[in-house]
Design a protein around this ligand. Structure first.
Ligand code: KIV
Ligand code: ZN
Length: 437
């Protein structure tokens, strides 16, 4: 007998999403301060959260889930500090998360008192598995939990709305990916009705993978099916909340958008529960390299990395897309040679496009440099050494010198058995061609 229950894909003979293109960025919502924070060994303190909040604002994120105020006093106090300390710019909406439970909902309303723009985000789990092993209930049972919460939230909203708060609602059927689609539609439609949502006052329906347990194309089929089947689709903003358990969070978010989702909840560098939430930086820069303005500013990615590493006390991997230390580095000789030729082509042709092989993005666009691109080790060829001499030291070696000098550098890397710093390449050049004269 098999140990894992296989995922049963929907039958979607006329799926439209594979023929679409990503032409606009999603509405971004950062969940760094909530999903990201709850997954840290040492959760952030108030100062660290404030620093990250301001960094997200600087990047241009307009919707920021700032916490789970009913979960702890620290969470509650942070939200009060944000509101009372005047930290929230007028064009930024804070989002607060709460389970669909009465006393927690009441506490959450206390926490947002006085805020200008708020998304009140409530959730309960709807998946087949959670219903069976955790809640011991059926679809009607989880639907009732959601509807009761929605009605209470609508009632408790009235004083805040009367006082002029721009208050919107978000509902997440937690583990949407593992929920039968007809059940998810039925529950979300009931929530739309209980909240009295209209096309002018839409509810955000956030469809989390929660635990990623199927392929991104199956998830896209789910999203497309859900959107087509939802009776009041015009009263909803469709949002995604991918996690990365199978390492496919980015693909899941991209295909989910092709399938019709308009909003994505994500974190910087993919922090979050277990393998993390989907990485906002990769999603945004993937759009950027396809000619779509993501409306987020990652032009100084090293600064963002530094803040992230300081406040989360986590390290970003060397191969993390766009930001990892090694991602703009080429060790192999043929790669170095091609980058060298591409850079020269860019200079000589004045091309308006980025046409450098092996570098999917101009490192300068994310505030990184050309200098560390070429590193010299035993895998490098003649082109790499010549490139370092030109870019680091301004020596344009004649072509017929490349093989000889490349050979000298290679002998040295073999001798020392590790990477040579650019300075050592220069010294070899001096020893061989300048001092020897
Ligand atoms: O992953 C998840 O399902 C969540 C919900 C609370 C939205 O974080
Ligand atoms: Zn999550």
């Amino acid at each position: 007998q098999e140990k894992y229950i296989p995922f049963v894909p929907l039958k979607r003979p006329r799926r439209a999403w594979p023929d679409r293109e990503l032409k606009v960025p999603p509405i971004w919502c950062s969940v760094d301060l909530r999903d990201g924070n709850q997954a840290l060994i040492d959760p952030m303190n108030v100062e660290e959260k404030l620093e990250l909040f301001h960094t997200l604002v600087d990047i241009g994120v307009k919707e920021i889930e700032v916490g789970f105020p009913s979960a702890s006093e620290t969470e509650y106090e942070f939200i009060r500090t944000l509101i009372e300390g005047g930290h929230i710019p007028d064009d930024v909406t804070i989002q607060v998360l709460v389970q669909a439970r009465e006393h927690l909902i009441r506490k959450t309303f206390e926490a947002i008192d006085g805020a200008k723009h708020v998304i009140f985000h409530f959730y309960n789990s709807t998946s087949t598995l959670q219903r069976k092993v955790v809640f011991h209930t059926d679809v009607a049972g989880v639907k009732q939990i959601a509807v009761d919460a929605a009605r209470l939230i609508r009632t408790l909203s009235q004083p805040a709305l009367d006082a002029g708060m721009d208050l919107r609602y978000e509902y997440s059927p937690e583990s949407f990916m593992g929920t039968e689609m007809d059940a998810a539609v039925e529950i979300c439609q009931a929530v739309i009705e209980a909240l009295h949502a209209t096309p002018e006052r839409k509810v955000i329906l956030n469809l989390p993978t929660t635990v990623e347990n199927c392929m991104p194309n199956y998830f896209a089929d789910e999203i497309e099916y859900f959107i087509e089947a939802l009776p009041s689709r015009d009263c909803a903003v469709i949002s995604l909340h991918p996690h990365n358990d199978r390492g496919e969070g980015v693909a899941t978010a991209e295909l989910g958008q092709l399938a019709g989702a308009e909003r994505v909840e994500a974190t910087l560098f993919g922090n979050g529960e277990r393998t993390g939430n989907v990485d906002m930086v990769t999603l945004a820069l993937n759009l950027y390299t396809q000619g779509v303005d993501p409306k987020l500013d990652f032009s100084d990615i090293n600064r963002i990395r530094d803040v992230y590493e300081r406040v989360t006390k986590m390290k970003i991997g060397e191969r993390q897309p766009y930001v990892g230390e090694l991602v703009f580095t080429a060790f192999s000789g043929s790669h170095q040679d091609a980058i060298n030729k591409g850079s020269r082509y860019m200079q000589e042709s004045g091309s308006e496009y980025w046409e450098v092989p092996y570098l999917p993005i101009d490192p300068a666009d994310v505030g990184r440099q050309y200098e560390p691109i070429i590193r010299i080790n035993s895998q490098s060829g003649k082109g790499g050494a010549a490139f370092v001499m030109q870019h680091n030291f301004g020596f344009d070696l004649p072509k017929n010198m490349h093989p000889e000098f490349g050979h000298i550098v290679q002998l040295e890397t073999d001798r020392v058995g590790k990477e040579l710093p650019a300075q050592r390449v220069y010294e070899l050049f001096r020893e061989e061609y300048i001092d020897a004269d």
